[in-house]
Design a protein around this ligand. Sequence first.
Ligand code: DOR
Length: 436
Amino acid sequence: MSRLVILDARLVDGSGELGRGDVVVEDGRIAALGEGVGAGVQADRTVLAGGRTLTPALIDLHAHLREPGQEVKEDLASGLAAAAAGGFGTVVSMANTSPVVDEPGLVADLVAKADALRVGGRGAARLRPAASLSHGLRGQALTDFAALQAAGAVMITDDGIPVADGRLMRSACEYARDLGLVVQTHSEDPSLRGDGVMNEGIVSQELGLPGNPTAAEAVMVARDCEVALLTGARVHIAHVSCKRAMQVIEHYKALGAPVTCEVTPHHLTLTDEALRSFDPVFKVAPPLRTADDVAYLRDAVRRGVVDSIGTDHAPHTRAEKELDLGSAPFGLPNIEVALPLLYTRLVLAGELGETDLLRLLQDGPAEVMGWPAPRLEVGAPADLVLIDLEDERAVEPERFRSKAKFSPWAGERLRGWPWLTLIDGEVAFEAPEAVV
Ligand code: DOR
């Protein structure tokens, strides 16, 4: 039997504050928790938490891990290690790889590789892969959802590419509904989006750059919500970036449509003003919007309209991101800074409660997927993260586990860094500062 003891932590989960206490982990599960339960217990490893915050490991329903085929950007080992370093215990990987994850064999390969990465606590979060909605992301023919699900796919999505054909989206939702699968959307109308490289507005006009209007997103969100209403399928709207799209979602939620939605750390903290630098690190799809949009998204988060925060961690090579704005790919890496970024910019700024933030990274995503709410309780899997809420440290991309060693927040001083991440009771990440 393996045993690990965490002494003197502040215990918090989606049910609230559980006070200060110890946690005893045996064979990957929580065996005891509470004040003094760890005192004198013989263990393979004892962690002195020193009052740091212990909470269930976070869940990310949206990360691009680039395997198979784009391992120059990221692979399962680097991406899942980056996730663990960010405090995430479970990650849903996107299917827009090369080849696209559109066959059961590819799903099974990913699951087997990720399982192997966790053997012996080699530092990887759990993988729950998504599979694509259409073959090759071509938006023409549906993949075999039942076979993909049987192979281990937990979500269906063409994320990265919008499903332009409404009839295909409808069929996808009908099959997904019958199988109990969540369909995640990348809701942007391709014709309205055109060749926009940033938000269409005053800044794009001043810079003379092609803009992507919020209408492109709002129109497609409306279509996707209508299809959810029509079919009864569970539709999760990914990376909502603007007020108009969020208002559409509010409208459909009020009608009882089975839709949920996600916002990202970047859409909650950056605006299109960042593009004045002409730095493609800020080029992302959907684009960074205006301060007004960011304020609206934050308000929607506070009002409970937003179901989950997903990172949309989208690593690329530095060479690709050093091309001009027109040619550089969309996407930015963020899985290792998401928690401290949001803790510092939202919680410490007084805009959101700490437990509300955690809920959007724990119970929220679990609910979207129909998974049990992660809890600190006896018998629960020991997927845990110990967070240091006091230590302030700058974002140092060169320290990232991700292969994408650059960041829109490089140099920013943040608080709320993960200190230790356990997956199945094994140490998957330990901050260098934590190693005594
Ligand atoms: O900016 C983005 N990058 N948005 C997406 O939806 C896809 C992602 C990627 O795959 O790089």
